[in-house]
Ligand binder design. Structure first.
Ligand SMILES: [Zn+2]
Length: 587
């Protein structure tokens, strides 16, 4: 315990070669030293823990080394190098501007600048977090920076380059340090683990590297933490538990649920994640990363962007193969949208759940979703309609109808149907009365005024009474529009029928929601022909048509973007393929 040194210090690089993940940059510095083209001021920029200060120290040591190696590294043996390594060299001064940012602090530093080095050629002044210097300190420093003595070299380090004054920037050679790649960090951790006699799974080190987000110092302190927690046996599961990291296993399962369009699986999984104490936004941003990882797997060109261990990348490739690009684009867009809205949302859980539902629905075509997905919703819809706004059902006693229906015109015409023989009516009426919803008044126009000519049709209908071919809403809509071609002279009715498309309520009952009594009457007049036409065309004699006037709320919906689109798509089917090709979705 006495000799314990944290890994970040113990394995701090001491040569350019041992700096992790900054090869291009360290090579440039070595070349500059080799060719004796040293600037008086350097600015090292980049995120925390990527090796800025380490590089500055190695640089200071190397330019003072008395016997540099052939490949441009410090020898670590000469008097100067030993002084550096034992931290007693006078040729290096470090100032942490985060805590020493006053004019006096800078003066203390610049006072030392005048004194030439006793061993070696250069004195190096490292100012860490230089953007923290006060304005006055900056100005005091600027003077020294403008006219430094020959032996002085300044290395300024910052995580926030944009806060550095242009007058300083223009006097420095600027080096941008990159975040260290996950694979570089993993490699270094593997090396340290083997040095320390710690066993570690690759997956586990990968999680640590990702958690460190490109910073070697953070990676090493997490490594130390996990090492002591696991007693020197670092497993994936231990790291997940200890670091409170959301397991990628969840995301693989989540995407499986998306692809199966299984809303319930997705919601349960999210609930599970919340129960484990994870933050919902953390979950959403992790989901975005997972989708992004799947996307980069789709193309061999972008495959290097996947920062996962070899054992997991196979699984990514496997799942990516199951996803279409359009799905991934749309899912990424939705998850990003959720991430952006998260902070301002009042019901955050609902926001995430809604996003999951929407992603589950990607790829389900409009027609498919109507017949499969939203059927339960449609059955609920009539219940939400206030009775006063619906037209009475023909199966209700006429007195009730009279009381309920606000549309006297149509109820009058409906009443005429009541005395008519029930033979045509019977098969149709059955499913209505057996459904609990039949208590809710809504018109079902099954039985029209019957003329002699129509009597014949009724008999014809009887002949086909047993046809029971299943059909879906798309087929119904097609037949519905086909009927308009048989009534070319009735422009108003055609318009009404195009605007008020039928919605399938169950296997054989559909509903038409119209806007005003006029339309009800017009449709009512044509109902016998229309129904007969539909029954024949769809080869199903049990079709029931219900009709009612829309509520105020629905009236808005009739002209929603979706309705408009559907209407236009009916006229020009190319719109549908356009929509599918680009994965567009109308809200
Ligand atoms: Zn040396």
């Amino acid at each position: 315990m006495d000799n314990y040194i944290v890994s970040a210090r113990k394995y701090r690089p001491s040569t350019f070669r041992s700096v992790v993940g900054q090869k291009a940059l360290t090579q440039t510095l070595k070349n500059a030293i080799d060719s004796h083209k040293l600037a008086h001021a350097y600015l090292f920029c980049g995120p925390r823990g990527v090796g800025k200060t380490s590089c500055a120290r190695i640089f200071a040591k190397t330019i003072n080394c008395l016997h540099p190696t052939p490949d441009g590294e410090a020898c670590n043996e000469c008097e100067s190098c030993r002084a550096f390594n034992e931290q007693r060299s006078f040729n290096i001064s470090e100032l942490d501007a985060a805590s020493n940012n006053s004019v006096d602090d800078i003066r203390q530093l610049t006072d030392q600048v005048r004194v030439p080095p006793q061993i070696g050629q250069y004195k190096v002044f490292i100012i860490d977090e230089v953007h923290m210097l006060s304005q006055a300190a900056f100005n005091a420093f600027l003077k020294t920076l403008e006219e430094p003595p020959h032996h002085a070299i300044f290395i300024l380090a910052t995580t926030e380059k944009h806060k550095i004054l242009p007058t300083i920037l223009s006097r420095c050679q600027i080096y941008d340090f990159q975040r260290i790649g996950v694979s570089d960090i993993v490699e270094q951790l593997q090396y340290i683990a083997s040095e320390e006699g710690v066993s570690a799974e690759d997956n586990a080190l990968n999680v640590i590297a990702q958690k460190a987000d490109g910073g070697m110092r953070d990676a090493l302190s997490i490594f130390d933490q996990v090492t002591s927690f696991t007693g020197g046996n670092i497993t994936y599961q231990a790291v997940i538990n200890n670091l409170n990291v959301l397991d990628y296993e969840y995301y693989f399962r989540l995407v499986d649920a998306f692809l199966k369009h299984s809303v319930s699986d997705a919601l349960l999984l999210f609930n599970d994640v919340l129960n484990k104490g994870f933050d919902a936004q953390h979950f959403i941003s992790g989901m975005g990363s997972h989708l992004r990882d799947l996307l980069v797997c789709k193309d061999p060109v972008t495959l290097p962007l996947l920062e996962a261990s070899a054992s997991v990348s196979g699984r990514y490739a496997q799942q990516a193969a199951q996803c279409q690009n359009a799905f991934l684009y749309k899912a990424l867009e939705l998850s990003n949208e959720c991430d952006l809205n998260y902070r301002v949302s009042k019901n955050k859980r609902l926001l995430v759940e809604l996003t999951l539902i929407r992603i589950c629905q990607i790829g389900q075509s409009l027609a498919g979703s109507d017949s499969v997905q939203s059927q339960p919703l449609q059955q609920v819809r009539p219940a939400a309609v206030p009775p006063a706004q619906t037209v009475a059902s023909a199966t209700l006693p006429s007195a009730v109808k009279q009381a309920v229906s606000p549309v006297s015109v149509s109820s009058a015409s409906v009443q005429q149907q009541v005395p008519q023989p029930a033979k045509f009516n019977a098969p149709d009426a059955k499913p209505v009365s057996s459904r609990p919803l039949s208590a809710i008044p809504s018109i079902s126009i099954k039985k029209p005024k019957i003329s002699k000519e129509e009597q014949g049709k009724t008999e014809q209908a009887q002949v086909m009474a047993d046809m029971n071919t299943p059909f879906d809403e798309k087929m119904l809509s097609e037949a519905w529009l086909k009927f308009t071609e048989t009534i070319p002279t009735e422009a108003v009715l055609i318009k009404t029928m195009q605007l008020c498309m039928p919605r399938l309520l169950d296997g054989q009952t559909f509903e038409v929601i119209v806007e005003n009594p006029d339309q009800i009457e017009r449709l009512n007049d044509k109902a016998p022909d229309l129904l007969l036409f539909l029954k024949q065309r769809l080869q199903n004699s049990h079709i029931i048509m219900k009709m009612r006037q829309s509520t105020r709320e629905e009236r808005k919906r009739v002209f929603s973007q979706l309705e408009k689109f559907e209407y236009m798509a009916k006229k020009n089917p190319n719109l549908l393929s356009l929509k599918d090709t680009f994965g567009l979705e109308l809200a």
